[in-house]
Ligand binder design. Structure first.
Ligand code: PLP
Length: 261
């Protein structure tokens, strides 16, 4: 039987914890065939990102067109997009090909603080990709960069969701994982009408590399299989909770969330 397909438009992580490596194994774990439009090759390990080289924008869009025209794309997500030129080219391509529900993870920097975007490219994600997105999945650092709002409690989390929806996506998931002083990890999902607080346990681990990518790709895989956005996000949160619970040390720095369970 032909499986459903999901496309990741993202960068490679030489350490195998985040990026397309995390996306492909998450798609596989969901029984979804993974397709790739590679945007950048990063040089990194558990200690951080030493640098990256971007793929030419026309090669990124050619990958999208090649798979969409032949194999079909049931849902797509973006991760590291590297440059404003790649972002603009991806946006234009999405007007020409059908990719189904579209999840934008506005990746700006690694958790070690190393940039994964050239300057000004986050602005291009906001203006070019958010209006085309079914769902955007910013973490609290990205929320602050995009809206200026520091999320510290449920009220500011809701304020941030409202501000982010103004940028034109259908849904927003404001991830609370980096919120200080909360016992649970509460994410807020909204389309401007419904405000759904998703609460889960906070696991004490230093090893969370690739967590954002894994959550966004789990959601994308469920969307590819026909789930609604609230159902896909709820299932994605359960999936990432197990990955974080079983994260493991690897290298001297931040280890990856676990694909083994
Ligand atoms: N490297 C690549 C290629 C990524 O796509 C990402 C996140 O999207 C990262 C590194 C950073 O992952 P983390 O913030 O979990 O360290």
């Amino acid at each position: 039987m032909t499986p459903r397909t999901a496309l990741t438009i993202a960068g490679s992580d030489s350490g195998g914890g985040a990026g397309i490596q995390a996306d492909l194994r998450t798609f596989f774990a969901h029984g979804v065939h993974g397709l790739v439009a590679l945007t950048a090759v990063t040089v990194q390990n558990s200690l951080g990102v030493q640098g990256f080289t971007e793929i030419p924008a026309d090669v990124v869009t050619a990958q999208i067109k090649a798979v969409a025209s032949d194999m079909g794309v049931n849902a797509a997500k973006t991760g590291m997009l590297a440059t404003a030129e790649i972002i603009r080219s991806v946006a234009k391509t999405l007007d020409e090909v059908e990719v189904g529900p579209f999840v934008v993870d506005p990746v700006a920097a690694s958790m070690t603080g190393d940039p994964l975007l050239r300057e000004d490219a986050l602005e291009a994600i906001r203006t070019e990709l958010f209006p085309r997105a079914t769902l955007i999945t910013p973490n609290l650092d990205e929320v602050r960069l995009l809206t200026g709002i520091s999320v510290v409690d449920p009220a500011s989390q809701r304020e941030a969701a409202e501000a982010l929806l103004e940028f034109g996506s259908r849904w927003v998931l404001v991830k609370g994982g980096h919120m200080q002083g909360t016992e649970d990890c509460v994410d807020l999902l909204s389309d401007g009408r419904e405000y759904i607080a998703l609460s889960g346990p906070r696991y004490l681990t230093e090893n969370t590399h690739g967590g954002g990518d894994t959550l966004a790709s789990a959601i994308t895989a469920s969307l590819a299989k026909g789930a609604s956005v609230p159902d896909a996000v709820a299932a994605g949160k359960k999936f990432i909770e197990r990955c974080v619970a079983e994260a493991y040390p690897l290298g001297a720095g931040v280890g990856p969330v676990s694909p083994f369970w």
